[in-house]
Design a protein around this ligand. Structure first.
Ligand code: GLC
Length: 535
């Protein structure tokens, strides 16, 4: 079957609470996002992924859904959503929504029914087990957010399973009724004009619901260097079982009923030793060609030529024609890209992301080079931060600064739900007025990606280079070839390649006009990258 993934698109992740507030409650909303569509069109992105805006008690920022087919009043109404889709469509942009299908909120009617009695018709929609002989949890599985993955419920004297917060009980995907109910949810959103669904926490959906065997202890876990107690166990029985392939098929079948729709899964490779090559096994589960996984490795590897080159080369080596990786360098679950790699390196990171194969994903605010916000203890909102001080995700979720004025920064007329602490020079307003800004770099990179067919859909080939800090690759489509050269170090580097040269379309510094150059021997400034059309 011909792949129907929107190859050639650039996706942009909107965290609605932090994107733009049309009112004064300090929380971004759907109308606010609609008002920013012209900005996004100017930037050049064509798919907008919105993280959850559904009715929710917000125990986990909306990843605890109480109703899959509605809009929380905080974010607006279904009519606002329809308008967002219509306005986006007019600008040739598609909307992608979040499918939080591993779990619901404990306030969802399905769970309310399930918990009410052992005889409830919805009892089997979740996983209920008797206590262990000592009265404790049924097995040793632990929650991503800390503690046991089981919570005891007095009403029926049983434990229920939750891979995340106790307020996020896991759905039982072995139940055909659950799968059908989730298929109906997909139909609802595809029917409203949504182009894609990003399926949350996909790995946790595939767990051993037959034997409930304990997870083995991770022999490499060292609490002195790893502060995340979730890594104490290897989650071989509670995540990533091969059943995922069947579950995915249930979702893909719905995508197939519509035309041009697709599914992206939040998938993490199991091991990190051979990081990259695991993607063969992952892609093997995506058989209908309508879905693809996020590729997260660049969020964890050291940002140097050796590590980055090794990871990308491994992933690209295992991919087959038609498979579309979705490289991610930032999202709402991590530290800001510019804080992770360092501000001087963030421009090189942008060039990498937007010149790799597949469908790149930009996290809103990374196009501004935003750094982590400063969150004081009394301002913490993320439940994960409340469990383990080190894991807070709020610094990467602070609102977008649209204007230079503080403290509201054009984001709201009220008080922003998280403070905006980044310098005014990082605002959209300031960067629009600066021809060399990070924002202008993202815009130019996206524009070049859309005009050079080799960048949009070309093959990938690594190129050897004389210097260990330089990462070079070529993208090739028919007789068009583009080379990308990245100095992933804070030093000036002189290097040579076997490439002849061509027309340099862009330097990440945005301070040189397009010109013909030789690549036999060249020099890159600290963290500088070039896009060069060969021949
Ligand atoms: C995913 C989401 C994250 C959420 C978790 C539980 O990892 O990206 O934000 O907390 O799933 O739904």
């Amino acid at each position: 079957m011909a792949p129907q993934l929107p190859e050639g698109a650039v996706m942009y992740e909107v965290y609605p609470r932090s994107f733009s507030d049309s009112g004064d409650d300090g929380i971004g909303d759907l109308l606010g996002a609609t008002q920013r569509l012209d900005y996004l069109r100017w930037l050049g992105v064509n798919l907008l992924w919105l993280t959850p805006f559904y009715p929710s008690p917000l125990a986990d920022g909306g990843y605890d859904v109480a109703n899959y087919v509605g809009v929380d009043p905080l974010f607006g109404t279904l009519a606002d959503f329809d308008m967002l889709v219509a306005e986006a469509t007019m600008r040739s942009m598609g909307i992608v929504v979040d499918g939080v299908f591993n779990h619901t909120s404990d306030q969802h009617q399905w769970f309310v029914d399930s918990r009410s009695s052992r005889n409830s018709p919805r009892r089997g929609w979740y996983t209920w087990r008797n206590p262990a002989p000592d009265g404790g949890p049924p097995n040793n599985w632990i929650s991503v957010f800390g503690g046991s993955a089981w919570t005891y419920d007095e009403t029926t004297d049983q434990y229920y399973l939750h891979s995340f917060l106790p307020q996020q009980p896991d759905l039982n995907w072995e139940s055909p009724e659950v799968r059908q109910a989730l298929q109906s949810v997909l139909r609802f959103w595809f029917g409203r004009g949504v182009m894609g669904v990003r399926v949350d926490a996909w790995d946790w959906t595939g767990k051993d619901l037959q034997t409930f065997a304990d997870d083995p202890v991770n022999p490499d876990y060292d609490p002195a260097i790893d502060h995340d107690p979730y890594h104490r166990l290897l989650h071989t029985n509670s995540t990533r079982l091969p059943r995922l392939a069947d579950y995915l098929r249930a979702l893909e079948e719905v995508a197939q009923e519509f035309s041009g729709r697709f599914i992206v899964t939040e998938t993490y490779p199991a091991g990190r030793a051979e990081l990259g090559s695991e993607y063969r096994a992952i892609f093997d589960q995506y058989t209908l060609g309508l879905s693809t996984p996020f590729v997260f490795g660049l969020m964890w590897s050291e940002f140097n030529a050796l590590e980055v080159g090794r990871f990308v080369n491994r992933v690209q080596t295992v991919l087959r024609v038609g498979e579309v990786p979705m490289y991610v360098m930032g999202n709402h679950d991590s530290s800001r890209l510019a804080s992770r790699v360092g501000e001087p390196a963030a421009r090189a990171a942008a060039m990498l992301l937007l010149t790799l194969p597949g469908l790149p994903v930009i996290y809103a605010g990374d196009e501004l080079g935003l750094v982590d916000g400063v969150i004081l203890p009394h301002q913490v909102r993320d439940p994960a931060a409340k469990q383990h001080a080190k894991l807070g995700r709020d610094p990467g979720r602070t609102p977008i600064p649209w204007t230079v004025r503080r403290p509201k920064a054009g984001f709201t007329t009220g008080t922003p739900w998280l403070p905006i602490t980044q310098p005014s020079a990082m605002s959209v307003e300031a960067q629009l007025g600066n021809p060399r800004s990070t924002l202008q770099l993202y815009r130019q990179l996206i524009a070049i990606r859309h005009t050079e067919s080799s960048l949009e859909r070309g093959e990938y080939g690594p190129i050897s280079v004389s210097h260990p800090d330089v990462f070079v690759y070529v993208r090739r489509h028919r007789d068009e070839q583009v080379a990308v050269l990245l100095n992933l170090s804070g030093y000036d580097v002189r290097f040579s390649t076997l490439l002849d040269g061509g027309k340099r379309l862009l330097s990440s510094e945005l301070d040189m006009p397009a010109s013909d150059i030789s690549l036999r021997s060249a020099r890159l400034r600290p963290w500088e990258g070039w896009v060069v059309r060969l021949g």
